[in-house]
Design a protein around this ligand. Structure first.
Ligand SMILES: Cc1cc2nc3c(=O)[nH]c(=O)nc-3n(C[C@H](O)[C@H](O)[C@H](O)COP(=O)(O)OP(=O)(O)OC[C@H]3O[C@@H](n4cnc5c(N)ncnc54)[C@H](O)[C@@H]3O)c2cc1C
Length: 548
C-alpha cells in the first residue's frame, strides 16, 4: 500500500461500543490531519454499535451501573443526537431522572443512534460487513481478514476490539457442564438475560443457585422476580407466585458490592478539589513507571489527605494513621479486608449509600477512586509500566471495584426485600462447598445446606489470553502475536493500541483496544473508557502511520 497522501485501508474486527468510540475518534481526527481512510468493520451481531451488553433487545431489567447524571460519553462534534440525556428526552418526550440508572438496552439504542450519525459523517468511508472474522493473517506489509470462506484484503492496518471473547470454561464450570448433561440439574448463563427469562418460566417453585455476587447477580435477581411478574415497592417485594422457591447467590466472600451514593448531594461529599485531582494525576504518572512498593507509596500519598479530608467533613471519627493502614492492607491483599457476614455487608452498604451511616474508610476510598478513574487512565495508560507494577495496580483497581463499581441503591434494597420475603437466602453466600447430586447440586457452608436444581453462572471470565478459545484471537495467541503482559494480565500493547509481541516489539499495523489489553491499560470495563483517550491515541496513530 502506498504511503504518504494515499488512502489507508483499515479493517476493524467487531463493532461494539469500543469500536464505535475508536471510529468516532478517527473520523474526528481525519478532519484535522488530512488523513484519508477506507474502513471495513466486521460485526456479525444484529446490534452493531451496542454490543451484547447494551443490546437494544436485552431485558429492560438489566441496568447500567452509572446514574443518568454521570453518563459522560461525550458525543463527537458531528453527532446530531447529543448526549444520552438529551437524546432520551428527544426520543421519549420525558426528562430522565438524573439519579436513575437506565436500562442498558436504552444505552444501546443511544449508541446505535451515534453509529448512524458516524456513518453519515464518514460519507461512505466506513463499511459495516455483517460477518464474523475467523482469522487475520499477515499479507506483505499489511493484513488480510477471513470471514468463513471469504478473504478480504489487503488492509494496511487491523484493529481488534472483540470485547471479552469466549473462553474455555474454568474447571468448576466445565465439571458442571458435564454434570448438567447427566443429571436433572440445569446450568444456565446469566446472559443474554432475555434467554434467562425464558428459562426462568420453568423454574417456578424450584431452588436456584447463582455463582457470583457481583453486578450481574442483580440483573439475574430482577429477571427471576420482576421478570416473572413480581414487583417491588416501599413495602417490600410482592411475589407473583411464579418465582423460584429459593435463590442462593454465592461468591468467594459472599459480599454484594456496595451501592453508590443515592443522590447527587450524597455523592458530592466524595468530590475531589481540582488541585487534588491534579496531584493524583501527577502521582499516577509517577507511580506507573516505578516498582510496585514505590507506586503504592506515591498513590497512597495522593489519596490519604483526600480521604481523610472527606471523612472528617462527613463527621467520621478516624484515628490517626487509619487511612494509611487501610491502604497498606488493600495493596497487600486487594478486596479482602471487610469481615462482615453477607447480610451485614448488604445492610451496611445500604446505610452507607443512603447516608444514614457516616462513610467508612473503604466506602470513602472507593468513591474517591471512582471519581479519579479518568485521571487513573490518563496517568497509567500512556506509561510503560513494569510488569509487577501493572499487576499491583490492576489488582488494586479490581479490588476497589466492590466500592467504585457499585450498583444502584435500589438494587441493594431489592436484594434486602427478597431476603425479607424469604426468596433469597444468603446463609450459603460465602464460598460454600458445591456437591454434585442426581437432582443438581447441594451447597454446604457453616452447618447450612441447600439442594438446588438450577445453577446460574454470573461470573465474567478473566481476560486471560491462554483461556480464549475463539478465533481470531486464539490463533494470534498460539502464534505468539498476542502475548500476555504478565501473569494474570492480558495482552501487551503500546499506548496507541499497537500490539507488542513476546519480545516487546511492535507487531506492525496490528492494534488492540479494550479488555484484552488489561494490564497495558487499566480500568477498561467501562463505557467511559470506550470513548476515552485510548481511542484518540489509536486514531492519531493511524493517521501518523499513514503520513510516514
Ligand atoms: C454483563 C455486562 C454488563 C456491563 N455493564 C456495564 C455498565 O453498566 N456500565 C459500563 O460502563 N460498563 C459495563 N460493562 C462493561 C462493558 O463490557 C463495556 O462498557 C463495553 O461493552 C465494552 O465494549 P466492547 O466493544 O469492548 O465489547 P463488547 O460490548 O463485548 O463488544 C464486542 C463485540 O465484538 C464482536 N465480535 C467478537 N468477536 C468477533 C469476531 N470474531 N468477528 C467480528 N466481531 C466480533 C461481538 O459481536 C461484539 O459486538 C458491562 C459488561 C458486561 C459483561
Amino acid at each position: 500500500m502506498r504511503a504518504g497522501a494515499g488512502l489507508a485501508r483499515i479493517a476493524i474486527v467487531a463493532l461494539g461500543p469500543r469500536s464505535l468510540g475508536a471510529l468516532e475518534a478517527l473520523v474526528t481526527h481525519l478532519a484535522d490531519s488530512g488523513c484519508r481512510v477506507s474502513v471495513d468493520v466486521f460485526e456479525p451481531s444484529d446490534a452493531p454499535g451496542a454490543g451484547p451488553n447494551f443490546h437494544p433487545d436485552e431485558s429492560p431489567l438489566c441496568l447500567l451501573n452509572i446514574p443518568c447524571r454521570d453518563i459522560a460519553i461525550r458525543p463527537p462534534v458531528f453527532s446530531r443526537c447529543g448526549n444520552f440525556v438529551e437524546w432520551f428526552a428527544k426520543r421519549t418526550g420525558e426528562q430522565a431522572d438524573p439519579d436513575s440508572f437506565p436500562p442498558r438496552a436504552d444505552l444501546g439504542r443511544y449508541l446505535q443512534a451515534r453509529l448512524d450519525d458516524l456513518l453519515d459523517a464518514a460519507q461512505g468511508a466506513i463499511t459495516v460487513i455483517r460477518e464474523q472474522v475467523t482469522r487475520i493473517e499477515r499479507s506483505g506489509a499489511g493484513w488480510r481478514v477471513r470471514t468463513g470462506g471469504t478473504l478480504h484484503a489487503p488492509y494496511d492496518e487491523v484493529l481488534l476490539t472483540p470485547g471479552q471473547p469466549r473462553v474455555t470454561p474454568d474447571a468448576q464450570l466445565a465439571e458442571w457442564h458435564t454434570h448438567a448433561n447427566s443429571s436433572q440439574g440445569q446450568l444456565a448463563p446469566a446472559y443474554p438475560a432475555r434467554q434467562l427469562a425464558d428459562c426462568a418460566l420453568g423454574w417456578t417453585g424450584r431452588s436456584v443457585a447463582i455463582r457470583g455476587l457481583g453486578l450481574s447477580t442483580f440483573d439475574v435477581l430482577r429477571v427471576l422476580t420482576c421478570g416473572l411478574g413480581g414487583r417491588f415497592d416501599a413495602q417490600g417485594y410482592h411475589p407473583s407466585g411464579r418465582e423460584p422457591a429459593c435463590i442462593h447467590p454465592f461468591s468467594l466472600n459472599g459480599h454484594p458490592p456496595f451501592p453508590k451514593p443515592a443522590t447527587k448531594a450524597l455523592d458530592a461529599r466524595f468530590d475531589l478539589h481540582r488541585s487534588e485531582v491534579d496531584r493524583f494525576s501527577q502521582a499516577l504518572a509517577q507511580a506507573a513507571v516505578v516498582d510496585p512498593d514505590s507506586a503504592a507509596a506515591v498513590i497512597n500519598a495522593a489519596l490519604i489527605p483526600v480521604v481523610a479530608r472527606i471523612l472528617s467533613a462527613c463527621g467520621a471519627a478516624v484515628p490517626e494513621g487509619a487511612v494509611d493502614e487501610w491502604l497498606q492492607t488493600e495493596w497487600t491483599n486487594p478486596g479482602s479486608q471487610e469481615n462482615y457476614s453477607p447480610p451485614e455487608a448488604l445492610r451496611i452498604g445500604i446505610a452507607l449509600a443512603d447516608g444514614s451511616y457516616v462513610p467508612t474508610i473503604g466506602y470513602a476510598m472507593g468513591q474517591v477512586w471512582r471519581k479519579v478513574q479518568d485521571a487513573l487512565r490518563a496517568g497509567y495508560n500512556p506509561a510503560d509500566a513494569p510488569a509487577a507494577t501493572a499487576q499491583a495496580m490492576v489488582g488494586f483497581d479490581e479490588g476497589l471495584k466492590r466500592y467504585s463499581y457499585g450498583p444502584p441503591l435500589s438494587a441493594a434494597r431489592e436484594l434486602m426485600a427478597l431476603i425479607d420475603a424469604g426468596i433469597v437466602v444468603l446463609n450459603l453466600a460465602a464460598d460454600p462447598d458445591v456437591i454434585l447430586t442426581d437432582s443438581g447440586w447441594t451447597l454446604e457452608a457453616s452447618g447450612h445446606t441447600a439442594r438446588v436444581s438450577v445453577m446460574i453462572d454470573a461470573v465474567l471470565p478473566s481476560p486471560d489470553l491462554s483461556a480464549i478459545d475463539k478465533p481470531p484471537v486464539s490463533p494470534l495467541v498460539e502464534d505468539g502475536v498476542l502475548a500476555p503482559f504478565a501473569q494474570g494480565l492480558a495482552a501487551r500493547t503500546a499506548p496507541d493500541g499497537q500490539v507488542l509481541d513476546e519480545e516487546g516489539r511492535v507487531v506492525p499495523r496490528l492494534c488492540l483496544l479494550g479488555r484484552l489489553a488489561l494490564g497495558s491499560v487499566i480500568a477498561v470495563d467501562s463505557l467511559h473508557d470506550c470513548f476515552g483517550k485510548s481511542s484518540d491515541r489509536w486514531a492519531k496513530g493511524v493517521c501518523a502511520r499513514q503520513n510516514l
